[in-house]
Design a binder for this molecule. Structure first.
Ligand code: MN
Length: 572
């Protein structure tokens, strides 16, 4: 498609006239700068930055990112200087363009360089995530046009995509991008497998989709009967590479993968997510152990949804994913979805319920607090790995540790023997003590001495549970000292409760809200409809905190329509 600025502007009608004028200026600048350059396909080079920008305009990144994406290759190709960019587009845009240019100079050349590349990316990430977002869009378009690239380069680029960019997109919660990058790389790296899978999956997919049409109809009716209005119900198809990875664990038998297609229900509120879950479980028996509540406990990349697998129509094992519209956008576009929300105005959901530990909500809080554009910019320069540090071995391997970890943690992370015989450490060429708090990006060299042994004091020194466990097991094995970890004093208790209710619509929803309020995850939920007048809801959950469990149960007793709660405690 011939570049035309209208394709970009039509997605950005929420921007001010001043911003749009800047975008147009950047468009013309980049077009002119690249005018004598061609891509491998023979197309004008400008097609590339244009298409990359279109991708990001589609997910509503902020205006400086749009401008920087248009300009992302002008410095690398030497057709413009960073000075010029600063003068014409300001410091912020120049900073982003420079970030992308810097990353572009590092190419994947086997494992050694790959680590180096990864390291630079991670460190730059700490400075500004938008650089990574531009790189991801850049890579997405390069992968879309990889066919035109000389054969000997294709594999390197595809491998780098699979090993560096797809995981980064995933880390940023950009699920849609991650899936696209993986599948395009998959095609070039495992050509035969890709062909086999696309051929075989079409049939499996079609079968599943016909079946799911029935499931969707049934669940839609049932939701309607219960007055739960939903935003959307559709099916999500697992991306090819994910199916492939699962196949490797399932003897390459497609019939053993039940979630090629899953039902996805988009609701209007968190409460409705749980209510929908209740209805699904009332209709069909859940497969034990397959309920995952990522709303109460989001994945590390911020992903939120409820997943459940049930014995559905005709007893077929079927997966459901339930989430709100906002969670859906975040799952697809990740961190970028936040700009979309901040641009559109106030987030749709109150946010209070949602205030967990995840970095996503931290970012949201910062965005709310920082009204001025300058502060807003600062807030974007967050360290994505806020509570993590990356420390390197002298060989360049990356060790991922929690903030505050020391050389002893580092040593145990490399190898138990190295931990057990650790006698000292050199960090960035300086001797440090074993309790020295390591910093992001440092290079740590562990000194060992075969006469050195773990002592009890080491237990208080290390920050990671991993190292603690290793030290504990050494002390027990070699010295017969058994140290009971504090957490084990509080046993995890499993609770099962039976709740007898009236037939009031919404009663299950209100009960679930009590669990949600106390951040307790359910492992089982079942409502028996056999006795129409007095349905019995069985809920199983676990917690270390028995008073929290009691409090939740007493809250449930107060819910309108609840007649009786019977508690059965199962101690594991
Ligand atoms: Mn590029």
């Amino acid at each position: 498609m011939e570049p035309n600025i209208n394709y970009i502007l039509e997605k950005l009608h929420n921007r001010t006239p001043k911003e749009l004028a800047e975008i147009e200026k950047a468009y013309e600048f980049a077009k002119k700068a690249h005018k004598d350059q061609k891509r491998y396909s023979g197309e004008p080079y400008f097609v590339h930055p244009f298409e990359a920008t279109k991708i990001l305009a589609g997910i509503q990144v902020d205006t400086p990112t749009i401008i920087a994406t248009l300009l992302h290759d002008v410095c690398e190709d030497g057709v413009a200087t960073p000075k010029e960019i600063t003068k014409k587009f300001g410091k912020e845009v120049a900073f982003l363009v420079e970030g992308v240019t810097k990353l572009g100079t590092v190419k994947y050349q086997g494992i050694e360089r790959h680590v180096e590349n990864l390291r630079k990316m991670l460190l730059s990430m700490a400075e500004d995530i938008r650089v990574i977002i531009i790189k991801i869009a850049d890579r997405l378009h390069n992968m879309q046009t990889l066919n035109n690239v000389p054969k000997h380069k294709q594999e390197r680029i595809a491998l780098e995509t699979l090993e560096v960019y797809a995981p980064l997109a995933n880390r940023l919660g950009m699920g849609k991008f991650k899936g696209m990058l993986e599948d395009m790389a998959f095609k070039f790296i495992y050509t035969k497998e890709y062909k086999w899978l696309t051929e075989n999956m079409t049939e499996a997919k079609q079968k599943q989709e016909i079946y799911l049409a029935k499931v969707k109809q049934k669940i839609s009716e049932e939701l309607k009967n219960n007055n739960i209005k939903i935003e959307k119900i559709d099916s999500r198809v697992k991306n090819l590479f994910s199916v492939y990875q699962k196949l490797l664990r399932k003897d390459m038998d497609l019939n053993r993968i039940y979630d090629i297609v899953a039902v996805r229900i988009i609701t209007n509120s968190i409460e409705d997510c749980y209510a929908t879950l209740g209805i699904i479980h009332r209709l069909w028996k859940p497969v034990p152990g397959k309920i995952k509540d990522y709303i109460a406990l989001p994945k590390p990349n911020g992903y939120q949804s409820i997943h459940t697998t049930v014995f559905c129509i005709n007893g077929k094992v079927t997966e459901f994913q339930i989430r709100t519209q906002k969670m859906h956008e975040e799952a697809e576009n990740g961190i970028a979805a936040h700009w979309a929300y901040s641009i559109k105005g106030k987030p749709k959901e109150g946010g209070k319920v949602n205030k967990e530990i995840s970095w996503i909500s931290e970012l949201r809080e910062w965005q709310k607090e920082s009204a001025g554009s300058h502060e807003f910019l600062d807030s974007l320069k967050i360290d994505l790995f806020k509570n993590r540090i990356f420390v390197f071995t002298p060989k360049g391997d990356v060790i991922d540790l929690p903030d505050g970890a020391n050389p002893l943690d580092f040593a145990y992370n490399i190898h138990t023997d190295i931990g057990n015989h650790c006698s000292g450490a050199i960090v960035n060429n300086k001797m440090v003590s074993l309790d020295y708090p390591l910093q992001n990006g440092e290079i740590c060299d562990i000194l060992t001495n075969k006469n050195k042994k773990p002592t009890r004091t080491w237990l208080n020194l290390v920050k990671t549970n991993y190292a603690k466990n290793k030290i504990r097991s050494y002390l027990k094995r070699e010295l017969g000292i058994e140290i009971v970890p504090a957490v084990n004093l509080q046993k995890i208790r499993n609770y099962e409760i039976k709740i007898i209710t009236t037939n009031r619509i919404g009663v299950v929803k209100d009960i679930l809200a009590m669990f949600h309020k106390n951040k307790i995850n359910l492992s089982k939920l079942n409502t028996e409809a056999s006795d129409k007048k007095r349905p019995i809801t069985t809920i199983r959950f676990c917690t270390r905190n028995s008073s929290l469990a009691d409090q939740t149960i007493s809250n449930i007793k107060k819910v309108k329509g609840v007649k009786d709660v019977k508690k059965i405690q199962i101690i594991k």
